[in-house]
Structure formats: C-alpha cells, structure tokens
Write a protein that binds this ligand. Structure first.
Ligand SMILES: *[C@@H]1O[C@H](CO)[C@@H](O)[C@H](O)[C@H]1NC(C)=O
Ligand SMILES: *[C@@H]1O[C@H](CO)[C@@H](O)[C@H](O)[C@H]1NC(C)=O
Ligand SMILES: *[C@@H]1O[C@H](CO)[C@@H](O)[C@H](O)[C@H]1NC(C)=O
Ligand SMILES: *[C@@H]1O[C@H](CO)[C@@H](O)[C@H](O)[C@H]1NC(C)=O
Ligand SMILES: *[C@@H]1O[C@H](CO)[C@@H](O)[C@H](O)[C@H]1NC(C)=O
Length: 915
C-alpha cells in the first residue's frame, strides 16, 4: 500500500539526463549505512546489498592488499581487529581533542588514530596496510555503496551502465563546516556527485511529510527523536500547507519548516554497548586474573560484538546468560547480565537521552504541549528504558514509531535528491531547513607586504597614512542562528585597498564544544589597483561587493567579489519637452524615472547612495537573519535604488503634465559604471583544514592502487570459482546422465573424465589454494576440453540427423522448383537450371560421403562431421535460386524501361516460390 503511494510521488522525466538514471540517498551512519533510491519505473526504495540486507556495516577490512566491505568485513573483524577500521565518520574534519574523537579513543577502539599536522586532519593506522585518512576510508565505504547499488539496479546482470553517481548524503545536525567538507571530499574521492547534504532528522521529517498534507491554515508540530549509533538528535518541525495553481486548478501542497535542533553528540547506541563491554571486561578480568583484557584488541572486539547482542536480548528479556569460548588466553568466559543491572549501570545515559528534547523545545520557544506528535527514528530505540526516560519529559504523548523508521532518513535523502535533480519530477513538498551556527565575517585591509606594490614609491606613503589613521576593519554577522539554509548574502562597502576576509563561527550556545571559530579565510586582491586606476580618471573610491553563500549543505563560501565605481558623464540628448506652463506632478515623474535604465543623479548623490547602502547593508547583515534568497535581496537592493532615484529625481527634475511637446537638445548627465571582478584566494590557518590539492592527488592515487588490487583479487576469485563449479558440474552431469552418455562414450572415457575432475578438485585445495589466475584459467581449459567433446557428442546424436534431414528436404524442394520453372519462368534459362541441378547433386554427394564416414565410426569416436556444418553446404545454392526467382520477365514493348523493371521486380518478389 505504502509503496504504491510512494511510486506516485516520484515521476521520472525520461531521457533528460542519461546519466541521472537514479539518485541515491545515503544515510551515512557511523556504524551502519543505508541507501535509499529513486529510479525510473520503481518506487522510492531501500537498496538491498550483496548479502540481501537493507543496511550495511560502515567498515572496511584490509587483508593481503585487498579490501572487504560490509558484512564480509564485519564477520572477520574479530580475527583482524587492527585491520578493520570503522566509525570513520567520527574522525572526519576533526582533531584529536574533539569530544566524539576522545570518546572513541576511550572505547578501546582497536585501530590507532592520531592527528597529522601536515595533513591538518586525523589519520588512521591500519595494520599491515598503512596510514589512511578518514576521508579515504569513508570514500571506500561510499564506493562500496555505489557498487552494490549498481548491482541492485542491474538485478545482478552484467551491465555497461556507469555506476550510479548522483547522491544526497545525510549528516548529523551538529556537523560543522570542517566535518561537512570532509564528507564531501570523501564523496568526491568515491566519484559521487553530491547534489546536497541533508541533516538526518530533516531527511526523516521530509519522508514523514512526503505524503501528508495538513489542512490549509492549520499546522502540525512534530518532534523527531533520533537515537543513533553514536549520538542523539532532536528536531522540532512544523508542517503546514499552501495552495498553488496547477493546470488551472488550486492544489494544496505540503510544506515543513525546521524550528529547532538539539543533540547530544556522544549519547548513542554504542555508548550503551560500551557500558556492557566494560562490565564484561571487568568480569573477565576477575576470572582471568592476569591483567586487563582491555589491552587486547581481539578480545575487546569480540566483547563489543557480544555486547550488541546482549543489549538486543535485554530489550526483550530480563536476563541473558553469556558464554564466550576462548575469549582470550584460551580461557572461556561465562557470565550473565540482567536488564535491571544494565539499566542501573547505564542510568546516566538514560538521563542524558532525554535532555536534547528539553533543549530543542527551549530553542524553538515551545512547551511539550505545543508538540502534536513525537516520532522516533534511528536504531537506538529498541532499548525499552530509553522510551521510559523519554516519557518522563514527553508525558503521556504517544511516541510514534513507524515500521522501519530508521530507513526514513535514507528515503528522505533520496527524495530530496530527486527534487534537486532535473531528471525527475517529484511531488511538491516545501522544505525549509535552518542552520544552528551563526556565521560572521571580519574584514580588514590586507597586509601591505602582500599587496604586490604596483605603486612603487607611493605605496609607502599610503601605508604611513594608514598607520596614522586607525587600521580599517569591519565585522558583521552574515548568517544568523536559526537562519535558513540555501541562501546568499552580499556585503558592500567603500574601500580602496585589498581586503582580507575571515569567515568565522560566532559565539553561540549551539556550537559544539571544541569547534574552532575559524571557518575559512580569503584574500581579495585587485581592489587597490582598480582604485588607483580610478584615481587617475579623477574618480572616487570603489564600492566593493562580496557575496557569500550558505548552501543547502550547510557550507559557507565566498562566491564572488566585485568592485565598481560610477562615473557621471554629460551627454547631449534629444528630448521632447512639454509646455513649460503645465502643472508639475511628482507621481508621474517618479514612475518614469524608475523605468529608465540609467539613473540620473549627481556625483554627490551617487556617493550618498553608496554610503547609505554601505551602512544599510552592514546593518542588514548584522540584524537580519532571514534574507532568505538572493532574489529577495536583489529586490531589496532595487527597492533601495528606487528610493534613492526617487529622491534624486524629486530634487532635480520636474516634469510638466500637458501634452504639447517640442524636441530640444539638452545636456544630460548619465552614469557609466566601471566594474572589476576581484581575485579571490582561499586559505586556511586553523588547525584543521580541508584537503589540499596535493593530499587530494595522493588519495586519488592511493585509492586507484587499492581498486586495482581489488580487481586482481576479484578476477582471481572469479577464475577460481569458474574452475570449482566446472569440477562439480562435470561430476554431477556424468553421474546423472549415465544412460545418455553411454550412447556416445565408453565407461573408460567417463571414468577418465571424472578422474580428471577429481584431481583438479584436489589441486584446488592443495597447490591451487594460492595459485595465480592464469593457473586456474589453464586448469579450466584442460578440464573443459574432454568434457566438452563428450557432451558435444551427446548433443550431436540428435542434432546431426535432424540437420541432414532438413538439408535433404531443401534440396528436394529446389529440384521440384526447377522442374516447375521450365514452364512458369521462361526467363530462367536452361543453362541456369542445369547449374542448379548440378549443385544439388554435389551437395547430396557430400552428405552421402559424410554419412558413410560416420557409419564407419564408433559412437564414442569424434564424429565425422558436425550438425553445424550441414546447413552452410546449401547456403550459396539457396541464394542463387532466390536470385533466379527474381529474374525479370522479358520486356513488354508498350512500356518504357523503368516501368518494366519496376514491374518485373514486383512480380519476382510477389510470385517467387518460397523455399
Ligand atoms: C602526515 O601526512 C602526510 C601527508 O599525507 C604524510 O606524508 C605523513 O607521513 C604523515 N605523517 C605522519 C607522522 O603520519
Ligand atoms: C483558487 O483559489 C483562489 C484564491 O484562493 C480563488 O479565488 C479561486 O476561486 C480558486 N479557484 C478554484 C478553481 O478553486
Ligand atoms: C524542492 O524544490 C523546490 C524548488 O527549489 C523547493 O522550494 C522545495 O523546498 C524543495 N523541496 C524539497 C523537499 O527538497
Ligand atoms: C593572504 O594574505 C596574507 C597576508 O595578508 C598572507 O599571509 C597569505 O599567505 C595570503 N594567502 C593567500 C592564499 O594568498
Ligand atoms: C518512361 O515513362 C515515364 C513515365 O511515364 C516517363 O516520364 C519517361 O520519360 C519514360 N522514359 C522513356 C525512356 O520513354
């Protein structure tokens, strides 16, 4: 039912973009991930991986130069814990002091990680495989997601289609710019085209609201509570609807707006597991009596896997017995845990789990009574005590949990991607997400040394002047907390030297602990040179406009910078003037002036405007959080311009009303705009920085090398599997088809074949165990040759006589035809028919000879001829007869040549006897 409804929500626009055949929504969890998919002719769905599972472990296992993913990695992790990195999303874009990173360190995570100063990010040391950045590891996981999505969409069939590429990835609400950028880098390394990032809860809210329209004029406020693997996130979301005209009809469209977000970065499912791990480790240490099992990665990995099971069982049972064979030091571990004890041990986590609810309500300025529904998403909800803990805060409000609610994030993300992509048309759902982190900008003059010195001697004077004045600097908020995402903002100011721009996170209660305030820095150059050029023209200081974007992915970026100077020039124009005695009417004047392209104003006025804009812009930047789109802003700018123009016009010109006109020549002032696109250089001075070009290249090469290794392994496995399955199929076939095979083979021949299969099988487990691909290929050929020969003979036993029979029939038919044509087709000459007869005989001779040879052979001998040789014998003869059948009739005099030919042709094909 639900699936049916969802199909209607996504409508593929065929063939707009051949590459965008599908869009993935990847819910990138720290422990597992899910892929939602939008594609042509299918409902919005969850991709099933190669193990037929709907979620996949976020994990990579390195073994002898190649990699294993998902369940393949997970099932081997206890054997190779030091070579199985996981939880890489916790290390993306962070340093070793980040709370989530220190938390991971405290949980005896087996793979060592540290901060690398050169790389300005974390790195992970994989046993026997070297150093990897979290971006690289995440890229491997995302690459695996692409691979199994491709296998899923092609239904296991080999396909030449490129791998799916377009995707929307989920991120936790608390991901700051560094973390978001690092995830985008990982996606780039994996070859993904990320249409956008989306907050996990926002994606869930979108999925919830996709097929739900609140009655017009009403709102529904829903709280999304998401206890995930490593964190808890809460969002308050308000649903409403609005009416649009579609095909002349009024249509109600659903929309939602995120009101607030709150979280606990380290209170997640694995924190609960960790409580159990610590308990079990303590119990084991008591029994072992020889040290701390926490120092033993393999044992700890086993305990962690066990703890997950224990937690699951305790969700439904009051007690679980625990038995682990040979946990460490050949010691079996026996223990048990009750739900009550578990709940007592994890009590602070249960307390913490509801705190984000209160925080989110406070941030939204709401009380729990204002919430119409609470939706639980994420996988951590299975613990009953968590629900009890929530009920303390939520009172008697029902906690809604829809089936597979932890898939709603992947599905919502895929839907969002389809909404962005031009290749799909989706049901309209208005979505407004907000940023929780206020972003500010600091502007200052660039250091004199870096200016490049195009003034020569003059530069020094200028600098001295400057030092006398106070150093120029400005500061403004560009994106406020709770401000919309996916907006642009322009700042404009009058300035005559190059500008240093620092984009920073401003102080906020919401900014995660340990987040550096630095986001990114820019040097904007070209202002000084441009200003100097303007001075030479006798013009004033330029107006510098810089435009910032806070993307839908939550990334802040300087998009463009421009300097302009307006020059007022006098031009002679012809003008129609009306009767000077008429009464002035200002309204009219204003309107006309507004419509004119070139505003008329004096230089002072222009400067005034600039100053006005400068101050206004800054004020706006500082005070207005919800200048929601560029268009809106442009409109505002225009509005301001209009205002200015109106004022100017009112001062300058009065326009008579009456229609009596005459043309006169007047000098008119017009504005000419000098414009310069400024150069933007991006750089980072903070501890953590995004990938540099050099590191990017390193990573690309590294991943390509690993992919090549994987391919070698993959090809080897394929060759091995092919040989293995040949061994079994031969053995099976010989035993199952004994009777039939007896017709064309001796018992010895069959025994020989089975013996060869058996010796190959032995080889597979012996020398073949670590053989090269070539060895498997040649073994397969050796085995195939005698088997194919025998199976072929069996097939030929029936095919060969059938082919002979068919051939003979054809020859008879042609012979009869020749006799018939003697009277019906005069245009076919005697010679031609004789030729056909001769050829028929020749073929009959060939058949006779072959049948004779075959009759002298034993059935198990290699046949004298193959069925496939028969049909080609008569091929050329058949073509000849067909040609003759189309031979034109003799010319008829009345008709001219072209007509005759056409008719003959027609008759030939119509009346020709079928072969
Ligand atoms: C740090 O990263 C750089 C660049 O990837 C690498 O060359 C270097 O070996 C790393 N240093 C350490 C100490 O791991
Ligand atoms: C659509 O809505 C508008 C304004 O709400 C209303 O004036 C109009 O009559 C409606 N049209 C239809 C077809 O319902
Ligand atoms: C879909 O796109 C439209 C147009 O850009 C936008 O207004 C709307 O909010 C988007 N909705 C979603 C769910 O992405
Ligand atoms: C930007 O300018 C500063 C000095 O003002 C200089 O130290 C830095 O290297 C420059 N960065 C780039 C990327 O040009
Ligand atoms: C043949 O007939 C066609 C159509 O009747 C005519 O156009 C053409 O000129 C004729 N050709 C000759 C060679 O008479």
């Amino acid at each position: 039912m639900l699936l049916k409804a969802l199909t209607a929500l996504v409508l593929a626009l065929c063939c707009i973009n051949a590459h965008a055949n599908s869009i993935m929504g990847i819910d990138v969890g720290s422990q597992t991930f899910k892929v939602g998919l939008v594609r042509r002719g299918a409902p919005l769905e969850i991709v099933v991986n190669m193990h037929s599972k709907r979620k996949t472990e976020t994990m990579v296992l390195f073994d002898q130069g190649s990699r294993f993913f998902g369940a393949d990695a997970s099932s081997l992790q206890t054997r190779k814990p030091l070579a199985t990195p996981s939880m890489m999303s916790l290390l993306l874009g962070r340093d070793a002091d980040h709370p989530s990173v220190t938390d991971l360190g405290s949980k005896s995570y087996p793979v060592p990680f540290s901060f690398n100063e050169t790389r300005q990010g974390m790195e992970v040391e994989v046993q026997k495989a070297g150093l990897y950045t979290p971006e690289e590891l995440m890229a491997m996981v995302l690459g695996h997601a692409r691979d199994f999505t491709s296998a899923f969409t092609s239904d296991g069939k080999a396909t030449k289609d490129p791998l799916p590429k377009d995707a929307v990835l989920t991120v936790p609400s608390f991901y700051t710019q560094n973390e978001r950028t690092a995830l985008l880098t990982a996606a780039e390394l994996a070859g993904l085209n990320v249409l956008s990032l989306i907050d996990e809860n926002t994606a869930a809210a979108l999925h919830y609201g996709m097929d739900r329209v609140v009655p017009t004029g009403e709102t529904e406020t829903v709280m999304f509570y998401n206890l995930g693997a490593t964190s808890t996130q809460v969002s308050v979301v308000q649903y409403s609807s609005y009416t649009v005209k579609e095909a002349g009809k009024n249509k109600t469209v659903g929309a939602f707006e995120v009101k607030s977000k709150a979280w606990d970065e380290t209170c997640g499912g694995t924190a609960f597991d960790d409580v159990i791990v610590n308990y079990l480790a303590g119990e084991f240490n008591k029994q072992w009596g020889k040290g701390d099992v926490k120092e033993v990665p393999r044992a700890m990995t086993k305990l962690r896997v066990q703890a997950q099971k224990v937690k699951e069982v305790l969700s439904a049972n009051n007690k679980i017995p625990i038995y682990m064979e040979g946990l460490h030091d050949d010691l079996d571990f026996k223990s048990s845990l009750t739900r009550e004890d578990f709940e007592a041990m994890a009590s602070d986590l249960f307390d913490r789990s509801s705190v984000p609810i209160s925080k989110a309500l406070t941030a939204a300025g709401m009380k729990i009574e204002d919430i119409d529904a609470i939706e639980l998403v994420g996988g951590g909800m299975r613990v009953p005590k968590v629900q009890k803990a929530l009920e303390k805060v939520t009172g008697d409000k029902e906690l809604g949990m829809h089936i597979n609610s932890d898939e709603s994030m992947a599905l919502g993300a895929a839907f969002h991607g389809a909404n962005i992509s031009t290749a799909f048309r989706v049901r309209k759902v208005g979505m407004t997400d907000v940023t929780m982190f206020p972003v500010g900008v600091r502007l200052s003059s660039m250091e004199a040394e870096s200016k490049g010195g195009w003034f020569g001697g003059k530069k020094k004077d200028k600098k001295d002047d400057k030092e006398e004045e106070e150093a120029w600097s400005k500061q403004a908020t560009i994106f406020k907390e709770f401000g919309k995402m996916g907006v642009k903002k322009t700042i404009a100011f009058t300035h005559d030297s190059d500008v240093a721009v620092e984009v920073v996170y401003e102080e906020s209660d919401y900014l995660p602990a340990g987040t550096s305030s630095d986001i990114v820095k820019y040097n904007i150059t070209g202002v000084e040179k441009f200003a100097a050029d303007m001075v030479k023209k006798g013009l004033g200081a330029p107006k510098v406009s810089i435009q910032f974007e806070l993307s839908g992915s939550g990334i802040v970026k300087l998009l463009k910078a421009e300097a302009t100077v307006e020059e007022t020039v006098e031009v002679e124009v012809e003008e129609e003037v009306e009767d000077p005695d008429a009464v002035d009417e200002e309204e009219e004047v204003e309107e006309e002036e507004v419509e004119e392209e070139e505003p008329v104003a004096e230089e002072e006025a222009a400067e005034e405007e600039e100053k006005k804009e400068e101050t206004e812009k800054e004020a706006e930047a500082a005070s207005e959080a919800d200048a929601d789109s560029e268009e809106k802003e442009k409109e505002k700018e225009k509005e301001e311009e209009k205002e200015t123009k109106k004022k100017d016009t009112k001062k300058k010109k009065k326009k008579p009303k009456k229609k009596k006109t005459k043309t006169i020549k007047v000098m008119k002032e017009q504005k000419k705009v000098h414009k310069e696109t400024l150069v933007i250089d991006e750089y980072y001075t903070s501890k953590i920085a995004p990938y540099s070009k050099t590191i990017m290249k390193e990573s690309i090469d590294k991943l390509a090398e690993l992919a090549a290794q994987d391919k070698i392994r993959h090809d080897l496995e394929e060759a091995k599997n092919a040989l293995e399955s040949k061994v079994y199929s031969i053995k099976n076939y010989v035993t199952e088809h004994e009777e039939e095979l007896d017709q064309i083979s001796t018992a010895e021949q069959r025994e020989e074949l089975v013996a060869l299969a058996s010796s190959t099988e032995e080889w597979l487990y012996d020398d073949g165990y670590d053989a090269e691909k070539e060895a498997f290929v040649s073994k397969l050929a050796e085995l195939e040759a005698p088997a194919e020969a025998m199976f072929f003979r069996l097939a030929e036993l029936t095919k060969r006589p059938a082919a002979v029979q068919k051939c003979k029939e054809r020859l008879e038919k042609m012979r009869a035809l020749m006799t018939k044509w003697e009277t019906t087709m005069e245009q076919v000459t005697e010679e031609e028919r004789a030729d056909v007869f001769e050829k028929i005989e020749k073929i009959e001779k060939w058949l006779e000879q072959k049948l004779d040879e075959q009759s002298k052979l034993e059935k198990w001998d290699q046949p004298a001829f193959k069925s496939s040789e028969v049909a080609p014998q008569s091929k050329s003869l058949e073509l000849l007869v067909t040609r003759l059948s189309k031979k034109p009739k003799p010319k008829v005099e009345k008709k001219n040549e072209t007509e005759t030919e056409a008719e003959a042709d027609e008759e030939g094909s119509e009346g020709g006897d079928e072969l």
